[in-house]
Write a protein that binds this ligand. Sequence first.
Ligand code: ME8
Length: 654
Amino acid sequence: MNRKKFYITTPIYYPSDKLHIGHAYCTVAADAVARYKRLQGYDVMFLTGTDEHGQKIEQKAKAAGVTPQQFVDNIVSGKDGILDLWKLMNISNDRFVRTTDDYHMESVQKIFRRLYEQGDIYKGKYVGKYCTDCEAFWTETQLVDGKCPDCGREVKDAEEEAYFFRLSKYAGRVRDLLVNTDFLEPRSRVNEMVNNFLDAGLEDLCVSRTSFSWGIMVDFDPKHVVYVWVDALSNYINALGYENSKYDDYDDYWPADLHLVGKEIVRFHAIIWPALLMALDLPLPKKVFGHGWLLLDGGKMSKSRGNVVDPYVLAGRYGVDALRFFLMRTFPFGTDGNFSNELLIQTINTDLANDLGNLVSRTTAMAGKYFDGVLPADQRADGNLDSDLLALASGLRGRYEEAMEHFAPHKAMDEVFKVIQRANKYIDENKPWVLAKSPEELPRLAHVLYNLLETTRICGILLTPFMPESMEKLFAQIGAAAEQQTWESAARWGELPRTVSVRKGENLFPRIDLEKELKELEAAAAPAAAEAKPAEQAEAPAFITIDDFDKVKFVTAKVLACEAVPKSKKLLKFTLDCGESEPRQILSGIHEYYEPEELVGKTVVACTNLAPRKMMGQMSNGMLISAVKEEPDGSEKLHLLMLDGKVPAGYGLC
Ligand code: ME8
């Protein structure tokens, strides 16, 4: 029998900077939904990818002195790039599309040509305002205080010959779709679309550019490149093989069941995308869900604000599953949520260490202690004491499903944790340690433990989409065969064999010392922020004058001592002879590339008139100069500039 299909997508990410926890939020959510649907037995296609064209990327590549393709390759597939991050976060995507993939570009060209040939795209002239950061053209009336309505940045005058898509022609159908169907959720987003865009009237959309070249060429008019949003949105069909021969499962999976997107790009997915599909005469996606943002200090995370949170750091400290869990458990999905390290640690401690962790470790420990890990077949139920827990656990799947189907994973997990808390209370009510003292109560004790294991098993299945690896470990500890933990079995009480044998294993979620951890995180964040600065400043102007150059004081310096800075992965502390009356202390983030001992006695180059700054509580009075070399795998390696020893310390460089 053909299984039911489910096609889910995330937005495709801009590889303009390294991704942060906000991006991970969106992708983890999609992954949890994909795993939930697979658990239910659906044949799932889960697509994610990268959106690689546009002026912003072109400019960043130029500043970095590489080609746009090299630039995006590094961020997508270089070390700690986007692919690495999704691997780390255990993202189970079935496909990954890059808009620089040949097949995607071929499809975009065919789509553009077809719309042109049928009259839905026409040639005109664009006069308006352009926001480089958002890659968006705006009319005067759309600006807010003369600035970009999306990001608030300055816009510039722009006029160019351009192709236009007849968006206005589809305004009525789009309005009908939004207002009279459940196409867009949550409902509040429909009101935003209607009030901010549809009521103002939809103008035709400028869909080509001539002011830069990093994009997909319009094949019948090569001066033009296709507008990035037309390029990007069509990934959802191109990655199934629409108008290309790379894949052939368009008929199987289109229309998409769910496009999951952040709130600021709902407009593109709920207005432009359906209009394009209408013009192409293709079925419309079944649902667009616009989730909220993860905020930091009340504002959106972004590299330019310098407030990004690194998922590598958090996953490294607390484990990938704990991080995934936190993201989905804490914030109602449709609204914004304020991220903090404190909240993260508290959630891990309360839900995972206390509630779930305790339930598993107490139950398996008692089964080990009282029955050598194997429950006896002779068990005695007690309707009065058992019925509440059994009823709550047996009905859990239904309540969980109801919440998941309404895009409320936090509510689904609320239901799971109510059962976990009830199970912990059940332990206290039944006092196994008292039962264990009377031989005639052993059958009752065995049954109490069985009920606890069975409850844990059901909760484990339903938590699998959020914490896949940990739940596998949990199943192993409670003696549940992982392959038998299906969606069906989550609704069936009594699936574990009566004489189940358990194995107390590692503590799945160790408790975290909140105060100590917060201090460490704060200390770790300080140099990370400081170390991020030189890279940001690397976008230097094309030329400086000789006077500018003369302002920088470079000297030869001999390394007298060198040691690692405690609690920092990157920083080394140098004591240097720079030909001055006192040795000079400089910190440098090169521990990944050198061991301190190998640098003692070497002659290096230091900039000594850089303003002193504090990192990890220690002063750094200058900077050591390194060459940045790109490795074959796309990562970057720093090579400290060293002299051959013929030049003594303290000589100036010119
Ligand atoms: O918009 N909290 O790419 P993008 C929650 N290329 N979600 C966040 C977030 C935060 N702090 N920061 C970013 C693009 N996101 C386009 C998409 S799709 C055809 C093209 C989410 O890398 C953001 O809301 O800027 C968006 O949904 C996604 O990350 C990608 O953002």
